[in-house]
Design a protein around this ligand. Structure first.
Ligand SMILES: *Cc1c(COP(=O)(O)O)cnc(C)c1O
Length: 390
């Protein structure tokens, strides 16, 4: 058989591919698995969105190739949503493109900007695509530590000057996966000024802006004056509208970056099924009271997990956004040891922190994707098996 490329040899299986294997083996042994692994909403897409899709699928004018960059009406819907939600003005023709989910857009951005040896500032811990996209384009990831003592925000002044000089893109993601950290406008103001001074493209991943609790409202970096000079923002209907399976998202902001990403995409994909874009327009332009209902469900689950972990001796505060709880493993364990013990002793799938970068070692991530009774059961199983964070 033909040998795979040297580049391919350096590509590990995706984080969740390995976890799925371990999970499948446990299910085969007859274990009743509580799956707190991958961040995939367990609630259905809102009914009115599904209803629009039912009608749109019957319309023959939706059956041919869509425009590469998204239909004009979808891009206008994105601009309308940004205006209503963040008071940010976007030109739908030059500052918005559709994505086949934001993971697709994030992964393709590198091909427009990264030459071999170029540095990309990758948060650690961080969504794995930022690092793998860098490696796929022969760039060099520089891990920017997100530390608890800095509320999991990057310390810009601590990045070495020679690295900053060579860096082309910096990724930020707040509300954050996996730490659930949040960023305020003051942080984004500082980041935009820093990016201007150092000529770095900021790629902001805003996938979790609507998944918030206790009255917290997440900002967009584009609310900062002048942010469009240096920032492209990635967003998605996946988490906000329970639409992970539909594959629809958007990139907005800096014209040159949006256009560059669009040029790459026109060469490798042919856009999103127009019926799905119609469903996306319904999601983005109509009032979405359902979001508050979904967040209430996650908030109740959060409270069960946080108080449960506290009862096991963990010093942890309630999260304000995302559906992740990021917690240190008990003393004496590595992330991998602890995740195996959780699976093999308790039948609970959680994600090892080191899968998100070197600074994730010593942590694990819980996704709030099972109902309250299963989460209580998870805490009880941990208790019964002597898991203790003191
Ligand atoms: C879920 C997620 C996304 C969104 O992925 P889609 O491809 O839009 O489904 C993007 N970034 C982060 C950090 C995520 O957790």
């Amino acid at each position: 058989m033909v040998k795979t490329s040297r580049k391919f040899e350096n590509i590990p299986p995706y984080l969740f591919a390995g976890i799925d294997k371990m999970k499948a083996a446990a299910i085969k042994r007859g274990v009743d698995i509580i799956n707190l692994g991958i961040g995939d909403p367990d609630q259905p897409t809102f009914k009115r969105i599904v209803d629009v899709m039912h009608t749109a699928i019957d319309n023959p004018s939706n059956h041919n190739y869509p425009p590469y960059e998204g239909t004009a009406s979808f891009r206008t819907a994105v601009a309308t949503w940004y205006k209503n939600r963040f008071n940010v003005d976007l030109d739908p023709d030059t500052e918005v493109i559709s994505l086949i989910g934001s993971k697709e857009g994030l992964a393709h951005l590198f091909y427009a900007y990264i030459d071999p040896g170029d540095i990309v500032l990758v948060p650690s811990p961080g969504y794995p695509v930022y690092k793998m996209g860098t490696i796929l384009t022969d760039g060099i990831p520089f891990f920017v530590p997100l530390l608890k003592e800095n509320n999991f925000l990057p310390d810009l002044d601590a990045i070495p000057a020679d690295i900053v000089k060579k860096a082309k893109i910096m990724f930020v993601n707040y509300p954050n996966n996996p730490t659930a950290a949040i960023a305020d406008l003051a942080f984004y103001e500082k980041l935009v000024a820093w990016a201007k001074k150092n000529d770095i493209l900021i790629a902001s991943d805003l996938a979790y802006s609507e998944m918030t609790y206790d009255g917290y409202i997440a900002p967009s970096i584009l609310e900062v004056k002048g942010a469009k000079d240096v920032a492209i923002e990635f967003h998605s209907l996946s988490k906000s509208f329970n639409m992970t399976g539909w594959r629809i998202g958007m990139a907005v902001g800096n014209k040159e970056a949006v256009n560059a990403l669009s040029t790459i995409k026109t060469n490798v994909d042919s856009g999103i099924f127009k019926a799905i874009q119609e469903a996306g327009i319904e999601a983005l332009t109509k009032p979405s009271p359902e979001i508050a209902g979904v967040n209430k469900i996650y908030q109740e689950r959060r409270d069960v997990i946080i108080s449960g972990l506290q009862s096991l001796g963990l010093d942890i505060k309630p999260i304000k956004a995302t559906f992740y709880v990021w917690a240190p493993v008990p003393k004496g364990y590595s992330s991998a040891d602890f995740v195996s013990e959780m699976l093999n002793k308790c039948g609970i799938v959680v994600v090892p922190g080191n899968g998100y970068g070197p600074e994730g070692e010593g942590y694990f991530r819980i996704a709030l994707t099972e109902d309250v009774s299963r989460l209580k059961e998870a805490i009880n199983r941990m208790k019964d098996n002597g898991i203790n964070f003191c």
